[in-house]
Design a protein around this ligand. Structure first.
Ligand SMILES: C[S@@+](CC[C@H](N)C(=O)[O-])C[C@H]1O[C@@H](n2cnc3c(N)ncnc32)[C@H](O)[C@@H]1O
Length: 216
């Protein structure tokens, strides 16, 4: 157990089994994930602006994750936590289906070299796993300054049967969502922003029934 920053920082091994969010946070509020949260700028900003939303940052790099957790501890947040470890493992092993209200994936590592591209976290499999975890009408946000990665993400999401693309409103230029957002925007990079909504499952079930009952 990583006691030093507990409960602000835990490792994946400190949270065995499927998480009961009510128990984890001690409340019934909606839960969102920040996947690859880095040093936690979004966690802090969101924590301040939205005290009624529980938020978990997932971060592979413990040093960065702990840095974020220290910022949460300083503010005595009861509703924002960091879990250190591979987000993919977390999503596959720790999260109950349809228990997440929104997922945020900001500036995922681009893995520039062509031979490393398959290490990119945002794949069709990742989108499908998230669709199992996000509630009906829940949201998936992903931003990046890497144009070809955004094209890839958009192609996956726009063609995915579980999601509907949403308009992304204009954003105040100096209202930075994450550390990478600030760094890349200040360097003059274009920021590509995507927002998709999880289709209600009831519609899928209804259309399945309709298909079964209609004559072929
Ligand atoms: C480019 S940084 C962006 C950090 C933050 N989202 C931001 O916008 O400032 C990408 C982050 O994702 C983390 N990361 C990469 N692969 C991950 C994985 N499989 N699970 C959790 N975090 C991961 C990296 O350690 C890094 O901190």
């Amino acid at each position: 157990m990583a006691y030093e920053l507990f409960p602000y920082f835990r490792t994946l091994d400190d949270v065995p089994g499927v998480i009961d969010w009510r128990e984890f946070f001690g409340n019934k509020n909606p839960v969102e994930l920040d996947i690859g949260c880095g040093r936690g700028r979004f966690l802090v900003e969101s924590g301040l602006r939205r005290p009624d939303v529980n938020l978990v940052g997932l971060e592979l790099d413990y040093k960065e994750g702990r840095r974020g957790a220290k910022r949460l501890a300083k503010r005595h947040f009861h509703h924002v936590r960091v879990v250190g470890g591979d987000a993919r493992r977390f999503l596959n092993e720790r999260v109950r289906a349809a228990s997440i209200d929104a997922a945020h994936v900001y500036f995922p590592d681009p893995w520039w070299k062509r031979r490393h591209r398959r290490r990119r976290i945002f794949t069709e499999e990742f989108a499908t796993r998230l669709s199992a975890l996000i509630v009906d009408n829940g949201d998936l946000h992903s931003w990046t300054d890497v144009e070809d990665y955004f094209d890839e993400i958009r192609a996956i999401m726009d063609s995915h049967p579980d999601y509907i693309a949403q308009d992304v409103p204009e954003y105040a230029p100096d209202d930075y969502r994450t550390s990478f957002h600030k760094r890349r925007a200040e360097a003059g990079c274009t920021i590509y922003r995507g927002h998709w909504r999880r289709r209600p499952r009831i519609v899928e079930a209804a259309s399945l029934l309709e298909a079964q009952s209609s004559p072929s």
